[in-house]
Design a protein around this ligand. Sequence first.
Ligand SMILES: [Fe+2]
Ligand SMILES: [Fe+2]
Length: 472
Amino acid sequence: MRTLASICFALCAALAAWGADLPLMFTEPYLMSLQPAVSMDVAWLTSEPTAESFVEFGPGADDSNRVKAVTREIEGLLTVDAKGNYTVPLRVFQQIARLEGLEPGAQYSYRVTSVSASGFRKSMGGFWFRTAPADGTPVRFVLLSDLQLMKQIPQTVRMAGQQGPDFILFNGDMVNDPRKAGEWFTVPGTREEDDKRFFNVLQQIEGGARLLQYAPIYPTPGNHEIDQQDLLRNRAECSREKLSMRIYMQLFPTLYPEQESGAGGKHWYSADYGGLHIVSLSLNRWFSWAATLKPGWFLFDDIQAGSAQYNWLEGDLRAVDKQRAIWVTQHWHMFNRATDIDVPYTDPAASPADPDRMTYDKSADYLMRDLKPLYERGGVNGVSFGHSHVYERYLINGVNYIEAASIGNTYRGAKDPPCSTNLDVCPVADETRFRSFLTVRVDPVRGISGEATQSSFESDKVGFLGRVFDRF
Ligand SMILES: [Fe+2]
Ligand SMILES: [Fe+2]
């Protein structure tokens, strides 16, 4: 947990020096890269375009190289009005510098600086990262998802950071409503609890935690990355064409250089990290009305055989060097046992008996019919998802399917069946009594192994903090 004193010190110093009610820097730096062996993007968010922003970096402790940051405005963020409602546009700027020509498997230190239009200068330093190693060297990552301002997330994420991961895989649902700036970072006047805002949680350093400032993040978009969540509650007005993931994609532009945030855009990517090939897909849906009511539960992005996303994935898996292990992250679950699985992951159709009702063809579930066989053919080792806020692991035809979304609350119901009955599969591990995170090690000789670690106590006091309760 960020101490009150350090928040107050940073904020008060900025306010005193700058004379405004917003800090110059909303976040500490965060890392992203599609070529992590040789290139790293350093980004941070500021409250003005800045007169100048740059990164100083170098190998080891040398930070004598300077790269100027490019400034982009993040459009669509809101802050609160006098009544505390999110109605007021907030100008937020992303500073982003690309460090290129790096050596694989090497450590670099860096510091970031922004200078405001009025001449106030703010630097943050003492950061470092390691580039991805050459193939053949083991790598380790942590799996997180579904933060959404929940109670246990500061502790869970801090414990995950204390593992010192090489990178962070995030299975979607970063915040509840991406338009609310206060869900992402500290904005004076907003009501979210400071230690639960996305960047504050993921930039903790206590106890040696190494998170976004030290390890690149590879996220996948969840349903809560959709901007227009009011439309997801308005059955008469909602359509696929009106939805976008604009704020999410602006925050992570390195991974989505096309910035096609609307329906039909490219919302997927892949990257090699050492001996691991990482694939991030865009699979989510979420509506507040019954699936049988028009227009039904349509999909934001298609994944059926022949769709743009499926064709891209097929080509991507075909091109992977067969020495590499493959891990896929997607937000929507494959075999969940709760009620959403009763609605197949497919496009709705008007019922022949009643044109006002929608039906779903179970034999045309795109995840089961198209995606699962592609994973098996394509040599995928692990698939992780989020959304249900449970810990579940399935092992089917050599592929591990894991929901490690035990970060926030849990949506597992007491009456959920022990197995996914309509899909005829049962989890090999299942735990929803406390929160956890997963650490995965990819070793070119020994293969992939994973450990799920308990990171909270609930009322029934099962286990203890730091306990490994599942291994594969
Ligand atoms: Fe979620
Ligand atoms: Fe979700």
